[in-house]
Design a protein around this ligand. Structure first.
Ligand SMILES: [Zn+2]
Length: 190
């Protein structure tokens, strides 16, 4: 078991070792007794509770019921649900919390990672996207190609899509406000 005393899970602090408990459930019409684990925890507000081990480990329980009913409690709970979301990239499956600590990750905030998920369809890109720097991923050859193809009448929109850049960057390359050193756009005006 990876649950350790004094460790925090959201607003919970673990106060003791996990304890087994037996519960009754139905399986194909038969009554069966199953074993699970509960962990003694104390919420930030002081309330004490036995929390289901799996719910604690997976970030599904982060605080007592009373705190969960408050606005702050809801924000905390949402953050932990995001942090516990699993993502497979580079052949590994980890939670967003773990990815945020991964050296390949370009951000440290779980919320940022989570929000990127809505923007990108590549999981690797969610983790390693370097923001503004993505525009610099164009090679010199690609910049020249965009410049010349846009110059011979190819639509900025389709070029933007093909190279994964914004339409405004295509026009800035075209008019020489970006990468003029590579395209020689400045010379053209002379
Ligand atoms: Zn509480």
């Amino acid at each position: 078991m990876s649950i350790k005393v004094d460790r925090n899970y959201g607003n919970w602090t673990v106060t003791g070792p996990p304890q087994p408990y037996i519960y009754v459930s139905q399986l194909h019409g038969n009554t069966v007794h199953r074993k699970a684990w509960k962990v003694p925890c104390q919420c930030k507000c002081g309330r004490i509770s036995m929390v289901n081990y799996q719910n604690l480990r997976r970030g599904l329980s982060t605080q007592c019921v009373a705190c969960a009913k408050t606005r702050t409690g809801q924000i905390i709970a949402q953050r932990h649900i995001k942090a516990a979301k699993r993502l497979t990239a580079f052949g590994e499956t980890k939670t967003l919390r773990e990815w945020a600590d991964d050296p390949r990750c370009t951000c440290v905030s779980v919320t940022t990672l989570y929000n990127r998920g809505a923007k990108f369809d590549s999981h690797e890109k969610i983790i390693s996207w370097d923001g503004i720097g993505s525009q610099r991923k164009l090679t010199d050859a690609q910049i020249k190609e965009i410049y010349s193809r846009n110059g011979t009448g190819e639509a900025g929109r389709s070029l933007a899509k093909e190279f994964g850049i914004s339409e405004s960057l295509v026009s800035r390359i075209r008019n020489g406000t970006r990468h003029a050193d590579i395209t020689g756009a400045g010379d053209r005006a002379l």
